[in-house]
Design a protein around this ligand. Sequence first.
Ligand code: APR
Length: 264
Amino acid sequence: MSSKKALPISGTLTVMVIVVVLVPSALLDPTAEFEAAFLKKCVEFPEDKNTCKATLAIFEEAYVGKKKTAVTEDSYNKLFDKTPFKHPCGETMLYSGIDRVKTTDVVHRFTKKTGSYFTLEDTLLGHVLDGLIWCGKEGSKETFTEHCTDTMPNPYISFWIMASVKVAQYACGHVTVMLDGEREQPYYDKSVFATHEVPNLQSPEVKNLVVILVVGQKDDTKCNKESLKNLSNILKGKKIGYACKEVTLAHIEECIKEGKGVCW
Ligand code: APR
């Protein structure tokens, strides 16, 4: 289409192409994009706002320039040492098998809306890294965000395992865990809760573990499931008390709606 308006249009197009191609190319640089996402979520924690850049630098030390399989749980030791948890240790909320589709993330909606209890994702590092993927490469200073989880171990899984270990070690007093009472095994021995959190609960700091068993209909039988007996025995061996309470999903939803933190 060669009309007299062609020139100004192509001029406009050139500007648009420059804007569209050049500006987002900065945004599409995975390192810049990752760092921006990290910092954006970090400053949502007002008391940590001024140390976000330093925290990002310590975080990157764990994996930048390393091959994926070289990043182990211990690679994050310095990060967790320099970024201690700040929530009340007696308000720790663990969870497992709370199917994100069926209950649309009920545990996180509950802690966020009511402000009572803290899951890992309510702590600074858990919040910042939830939903992000990252890895490095030998001889590179960049952060990559694709093909990061196709090896074992990898920087992503190593972080979440260490975070689970640390949050369990930090817990004290009456620790709560939300489990799905509709599953055959609400306490599932291959879950991160079973493999990395229960073994790291510290006695005598942790007095007991309170299972909030989320059910469709309350019938006061689901706490008797075999897998929960296993959990209770494991805790007994660790000299940690155990309690289990059936709570309907509808009741928790009501508490979320009303912002009621004392829900069971
Ligand atoms: N039965 C079958 N599958 C289960 C069960 C179960 N009872 N529990 C968990 N799973 C499966 C889930 O379907 C999912 O695919 O294990 C996978 C991970 O489940 P999560 O709900 O993330 O539970 P878990 O592995 O225990 O990790 C959660 O670790 O992130 C930390 O502090 C956090 O306490 C939390 C725990």
